[in-house]
Ligand binder design. Sequence first.
Ligand code: TMP
Length: 235
Amino acid sequence: MERTTQLYEGKAKKVYLTTDPDVVLVSYKDDATAFNGLKKGTIKGKGEVNNVCSNHLFRLLESKGVKTHYVEQINERETFVRKVEIVPLEVIVRNIAAGSFSKRFGVKEGTALKAPSLEFSYKNDDLGDPMINDSQVLALGLATPEEIDKIKAMALKVNEILCDYFKEVGIILVDFKLEFGRFHGDIILADEISPDTCRFWDAKTGEKLDKDRFRRDLDDVDKGYREIKKRMGLE
Ligand code: TMP
């Protein structure tokens, strides 16, 4: 398999077509944005951390029966993945109140939730990724009822697997965002799972080890990313 032409350049990744029509190559960048692209910057080594960590987690999830787009890592920054049609939903799972959940519902950051919270945002940069409910997803034809059920069940299963995994390496999985894709009639997990898309707190100190360091103008942003890679035994 070889890369051919560039298909797309996003905020954090480039995607290339390959000689296999079912496979694309994802190349992770060090570029970072927040607040729908309003804040821009670079985080040294981020692309490598996100690629390697995400691939590790996708292999773990596959081993537990979760279908993902992962095919094969090529190098520290680049990976072959299945070419999916992305369902335009950001699927957010939360275990502890933080970020927009804390703001919206007036719950102090760090409050443990009584059950995992699952919410959808409509993936649309022009609209600022607004929150959307099941009925609105159906009304807009963004997904079928069967797809919604499957996506929710998979997201909650991913949460259980990841909570157990991160607990063992001394990290609290506060919340995270998933994206799903359609592949030959099936729904599979796509995009990435990394410090860009999760909130990770050190279990002992509560220190933030994810993109919130960038969003909130804290220092040592790259150190947080590297610490996650280290805890995951990937260096
Ligand atoms: P939120 O509290 O800002 O809604 O974020 C919830 C989770 O989703 C958090 O782990 C960060 C992640 N996230 C993304 O991956 N991409 C985004 O564009 C946003 C807003 C959040």
